[in-house]
Write a protein that binds this ligand. Structure first.
Ligand code: GDP
Ligand code: MN
Length: 434
């Protein structure tokens, strides 16, 4: 059974991963854990809308896409104090910096005009936080919310725990900061409650978590009630993680979710259509979106050998073997199952549009895929795109003989490889020669 600390670290890591998806995939692939998964990402304001629809307490807010809209929203809120928050998928915004020079992705002010001025320095600029790439992430929207005083910040997350095969609630009275930091410095301040998914959350579990988080008196019941509502939301929307940091307390005696990050199970898309329709793809790389249009999965890495594969397992193996032979992958394009010739053409177009690419390695195992279709796609793409970089092809499986004949008889400068090792060696060598 995973310890509370391990789960807390897992909770933090999951979120970081999703925020830093492209980068982390690169790192993870190097460590041998490549996944070609696309995740649904929601901005804070979208998550909070779901929460408020499920009885979870969040602040009143508006969303704005221009400084003027932000100003109007601030006036309309008619609040004593306003909190203005940049909407990006990464956390750590409070301590982030914009390339406009503005410090902080979260600002408190009493003056709606200041909201307008700050929003002007946020929208359209990149915000860099501990969880973003160095160049930051462009801010397209801001959240303008009624600010509340916070007397205490705690941490609360609900996530699927593999080792327990079910949901677990993780909490700490020490919130507002990165949960990994708490896990490292004060592991005794991390608490967990395992939930039996068939029985659901029990009153005493919600109460115990509320108490561990340091809520006392009437606040304890309120916090327990919020925890239960968050759990019901978690189940209903097929979340894999709901994280609230800070899960705070106000001097007026209210328990409020000041921040929100929700991750979803992509396999549930068919029954969560409304939620998936909110998917904010604006933070994807354009090439990822382009790939998705053709049912291809693209992952950018920072080497120079493009990899054209089918399946995450083969992608992982290809990556490892390129590294072992002294090379570095530039990207992965995963074909998936039922391939059409036109897809192969699009795949090549995408791969070669990346100026980093100095060679292409095709590594496809024809199980469901017919190798001849791939070979026809490859030769067509080579001709029409006037491919300029060396191409190494390793095909195996269904109809491989015919595929090899197609490649050989094409008259194109395609290097065939007998197996994966051979393919990687040839691809690495073709780059080294240049
Ligand atoms: P993050 O930095 O991306 O995690 O963004 P958060 O939404 O968690 O905001 C960062 C910090 O700003 C929180 O930990 C709070 O300390 C503070 N903050 C956010 N909203 C409010 C608010 O309404 N009132 C007050 N007083 N502080 C807030
Ligand atoms: Mn936060």
């Amino acid at each position: 059974m995973a310890s509370p600390v391990a789960i807390a670290v897992q909770a933090g890591k999951l979120l970081r991963e999703q925020a830093l998806r492209p980068r982390l995939l690169a790192v993870r692939s190097q460590a041998g854990h490549l996944t070609s998964r696309r995740w649904l990402n929601l901005q804070e304001y979208q998550s909070k809308k779901l929460m408020s629809e499920h009885g979870v307490r969040v602040q009143r807010f508006f969303v704005a896409s221009t400084a003027n809209e932000a100003l109007e929203a601030a006036k309309r809120l008619n609040a004593k104090e306003i909190v203005l928050k940049a909407q990006i998928l990464a956390g750590g915004r409070g301590k982030g910096v914009f390339n406009s020079g503005l410090k902080g992705g979260v600002h408190l002010t009493k003056d709606p005009n200041v909201v307008g001025q700050l929003a002007k320095q946020m929208i359209g600029y990149n915000l860099t936080t501990k969880q973003t790439p160095k160049e930051g992430v462009k801010v397209n929207k801001v959240m303008v919310a009624e600010a509340l005083n916070i007397s205490r910040e705690t941490y609360l997350a609900i996530l699927m725990d593999r080792s327990h095969n079910g949901p677990v609630i993780v909490g700490s009275p020490q919130g507002g900061v990165d949960i990994e930091e708490v896990a490292a410095s004060s592991p005794e301040l991390i608490f967990k409650e395992q939930i039996d998914i068939f029985e659901g959350i029990k009153d005493n579990q919600a109460q115990r978590m509320a108490e561990n988080l340091g809520f006392h008196g009437p606040l304890k019941n309120q916090a327990a009630d919020q925890i239960k509502k968050l759990y019901h939301l978690f189940l209903k929307i097929d979340a894999t993680q709901v994280e609230v940091n800070p899960f705070g307390e106000t001097p007026e005696g209210q328990v409020v979710c000041f921040d929100a990050k929700i991750n979803f199970d992509d396999n549930a898309e068919f029954r969560q259509k409304d939620i998936f329709a909110m998917d904010d793809k604006s933070e994807n790389e354009p090439i990822e979106n382009e790939a998705a249009r053709y049912d291809l999965k693209y992952i950018g890495l920072d080497g120079n050998i493009a990899c054209f594969v089918n399946g995450a397992g083969l992608a992982m193996a290809t990556c490892d073997i390129i590294f072992l032979n002294g090379g570095k992958p530039a990207n992965f394009l995963d074909l998936g199952g039922g391939v059409k010739e036109a897809q192969v053409y699009q795949a090549f177009k995408l791969l070669t549009s990346d100026p980093k690419v100095e060679a292409i390695l095709v590594n496809i195992f024809g199980g469901i895929v017919n190798c001849a279709i791939i070979a026809n796609g490859i030769t067509k793409a080579c001709r029409e795109l006037e491919l300029k970089v060396p191409l190494v092809v390793r095909l195996e499986g269904t109809n491989v003989q015919e595929a090899q004949n197609i490649l050989k008889n094409s008259g194109l400068p395609i290097t065939s490889a007998v197996d994966l090792e051979d393919a990687a060696k040839k691809a690495v060598a073709s780059v080294a020669k240049k």
